[in-house]
Design a protein around this ligand. Structure first.
Ligand code: PRP
Ligand code: URA
Length: 207
């Protein structure tokens, strides 16, 4: 599927399977989600622009690279929080914006309840983080907000995607790169990804 990268690395798939397992309790779920997020970040940032830089080692000058642009990480609350810390450890200079979205249970429409982001996102690499892409309503709402703030380079990192969600995002943002560990079968009648891993927020926080 265009612009969708399924990360098939064995460690990612091993950890995804632990997250899917209904016996995995919140304490372990949090740890494994954090680990998998770090592994996925390598793939998601592979195409980041770099510029040449020279440094002095204790012995001699050395040529190297630095990232060309600053990064803004944007976890979608709540479940995106479970992927934030380990990503932030790998990108310690990144800024962090937050988007609070809650899917209404019957209509499945995503409603904003929190927004805190830099005012102008034009010069940043933005990584939108949410473990679940189900109907795609939350991702499109988050992308609309990022676009309003001028974001030009966004990539979406999620763990499990439904074909319906990918299609919906594609219709609105055809060029958005999506990185996921799995494209599952379909949504069920209540908008849950099948087989998925259940409600990611509930499994992370036990509520
Ligand atoms: C979940 C998930 C996504 C959204 C995906 O969040 O973390 O944000 O659903 O569904 P969609 O693609 O159909 O919009 P939820 O709204 O349940 O909030 P939570 O993270 O606080 O549990
Ligand atoms: N949100 C989740 O947390 N899980 C799903 O399967 C769908 C939406």
């Amino acid at each position: 599927m265009k612009s969708v990268t399924v990360i098939t690395h064995p460690l990612v798939q091993h950890n995804l399977t632990r997250l899917r397992d209904k016996r995995t309790r919140p304490q372990e779920f949090r740890r494994v989600l954090s680990e998998i997020a770090a592994l996925m970040l390598y793939e998601a940032t592979r195409s980041f622009a770099v510029r040449r830089a020279s440094v002095q080692t204790p012995l001699a000058p050395a040529r190297g690279f630095t990232l060309s642009r600053e990064v803004v990480l944007v976890p979608v609350l709540r479940a995106g929080l479970g992927m934030l810390d380990s990503i932030l450890q790998l990108l310690p200079g990144a800024r962090v914006g937050f988007i609070g979205l809650k899917r209404e249970e019957t209509t499945l429409r995503a409603q904003f309840y929190h927004k805190s982001l830099p005012k102008d996102l034009q010069r940043f690499e933005v990584i939108l983080i949410d473990p679940m892409l189900a109907t795609g309503g939350s991702a499109v709402a988050a992308m609309d907000l990022l676009a309003e703030l001028g974001a030009r380079r966004v990539r979406l990192v999620n763990l499990v995607a439904a074909p319906e969600g990918i299609k919906h995002v594609r219709q609105h943002y055809p060029a958005l790169p999506i990185f996921t560990a799995a494209i599952d079968r379909k949504l069920n009648g209540r908008g849950y990804i099948m087989p998925g891993l259940g409600d990611a927020g509930d499994r992370l926080f036990g509520v």
